[in-house]
Write a protein that binds this ligand. Sequence first.
Ligand code: Z57
Length: 831
Amino acid sequence: FEASIPAASRDLWQQFGVTEFQDKEAFQKEFIRHVETTLARSMYNCDDLAAYLAASQAIRDRLIVAWNKTQQKHTTKDQKRVYYLSLEFLMGRAMDNAMLNAGVKDITKTGVDDLGFKIEDLLEQEPDAALGNGGLGRLAACFVDSIASTNYPGWGYGLRYQYGIFKQRIVDGYQVESPDYWLAFSNPWEIPRYEIAIDVMFYGYTRKYTNDQGKTVSIWEGGEQVQAIAYDVPVPGYDTETTNNLRLWASKPTREFDFEKFNSGDYESSVRESQKAETISAVLYPNDNFYSGKELRLKQQYFWVAASLNDIVRRFKKTHRPWSDFSDQIAIQLNDTHPTIAIVELQRILVDMEGLEWDAAWEIVTSTFGYTNHTVLPEALEKWPVPLFGNLLPRHLEIIYNINLFFLQKVEKMFPKDRDMLARVSIIEESSPQQVRMAYLAIIGSHKVNGVAELHSDLIKTTIFKDFVAIYGTDKFMNVTNGITPRRWLHQANPKLSELIASKVGSYSFLKDLTLLKKVEPFAKDPEFIEKWADIKKFNKARLAALIKKNNGIDVSVDALFDVQVKRIHEYKRQQMNIFSVIHRYLTIKAMSAEEKKDVTPRVCIFGGKSAPGYYMAKTIIKLINSVSEVVNKDADIGDLLKVVFIADYNVSKAEIICPASDISQHISTAGTEASGTSNMKFVLNGGLILGTVDGANIEITREIGEENIFLFGHLAESVDDLRHQRRFNDVPINPDLQKVIDAIEGGMFGDKDIYGSLIYSVTGNRDYYLVSDDFQSYLDAQKLVDKDFKDKTTWVSRCITAVANMGFFSSDRAINEYAESIWNIEPVAK
Ligand code: Z57
């Protein structure tokens, strides 16, 4: 490598090499140095923000040293690597995680303490890195943590959005969005790599010409160029030196922007044009489980994919291996269809730029990619209009037509008698305009396709991808059940519970091998242990109660049952059903005598979650929750028997407070609609029980923890089609308890009834697509059982302990090991 130091000077480099701080004093020295130099402040003007920035700079230095060592080692060992392509990485805060994983939590805590700060206050200063919407983005964050913690060589590739998911405020009961400019006070957790600048083209046209071998080839002449600048985020593994890389791309104008205008004297408009380049990576699209075919979104996808592939190919070419080695060195995982254009881009690089034959190139492509599907909801499946696609990426569209042609020829040979098959599986949907079906392209271009929980993986094989199973056989389709990182979601979020568990396991080894939780199972019957467990739950509930008091001004009792539903607001997740049942509870309590009220289990119903800004129905649900909260909380007849709280701006760092504080959390999607869910895992791991439907990972959680430790209700996935049909074409009466709730809303109990017209119609009309009415009775029955069981505190806590003891399977380390073995074919890097 040209820039490496001559042998004669290397001793000196080694002698003065950076060392990581090993004790409190060394940390404090670094801290003060950063306050006084990096921040140009002093002990006379160092507030919590400056102290957070200085501490994070000191920790960042450590991460960078480890990052360098890891990258050097991985380059030398030259093993196969995985690249995880995700448009979302919902990382949350970095500092606490970095301290924990690097094993410097104690020395930094006491270190800042001596200097006049509280570590908790400093941690609070950090804005969340909220570069994601919900489950899919958080899964990617847990996965990079696990890839590092299990010592696999792997990078994440994503976009460095300047604006993360919007901030949510509640004004007059309604959601109001404001921009999340998370980079305002600089970001110590990234390393800008201005020298890694990759040109990315858009638009233009393709030109055919005859090459040296007399072959007619097509070449893309781009019309617009932007630059991708790399920003590297170190991802430290837990209790290991391995520090992997998350490379996020930012868009910048190219140096030679619009020279013609520039030279013709139109300076201002030339600069204005060039600034447009920066909008590509400016903002995260705020939709979860919903596709909206905006050109800028496709631009983001190609920009990020082109930069990442260019980077990957460049790294591969430095090894001087033959192209046939490509997939022995590189695995690329597609997180949903968002990066599917990578399949086409790699084929283009190999054929158009590197001169490989089509078939040889296609073999490399298909053995490199794996595709993870995260949803069966039709409105979430990406389909790009052909005219839009061909205009932005003309050469890619040609290549897609070729891929499709060869694929359909194969299918025709296999199924000569099935006349509709070709139209059904074609990458191009024959609608007007025609559409490119990205999921089909992803399947055809990958060697493995996986769903994210068992039910979901079965469903994709029998519904949306049925024909592809007939074509490729079942081996191509598999399941990898999601998981969560126990570092953040147990130890960081719930240090007291982690400590209690460690006291019985004998060490914190369960944070690396979560199946060791099994060792606490015998203590589910130990009164002393039960009492300690209950105290910790109470402590965590008090922590959440304080947050609620601060944010909502509502007093809640820690003795009440904390009932939590926090997740993106979506009709399929059925927050509307939850709030309807809260109204039912309110009406029931209101009708009770003083004597009857004595039997009521006091409850705090806690909601949280963002609605996509343009999702009218979800916004109406938020408004209803807040209106109910308003009425119920001030009703003197109710007192502490029922409180309703909507926690604004639910995000990763709020989840870290909320998950440890729940007694019951709700995961109540219509059966077959929630691919997996991952917050269900977080809540159980923190000692709460689930009220849920037979859907997604709830099913596997039940299998692991035992059906006596979960409250399941509702119709099964297999009945959903039929129930929808019944309601659509026969006169199915609405559930009478639900009718009472609707009467109350229509009677104006929660303000202007007209606000809720369409919401009410969505469950009473002849549609009720999400089966709220069909499941309502069974839901209320399950709620009743929860109320009853919560009264027996000892048994309740005992069930929670048993549940936690059996959650080992849901570590994202397990999920990553499954991907590594059955899809990526990669090995951990030895010490
Ligand atoms: C998203 O958060 C998920 C799926 C999507 O297709 C999109 Br777009 C966003 C979620 C699923 O809804 C969850 O059920 C799942 O647990 C999560 O992805 C991670 O797999």
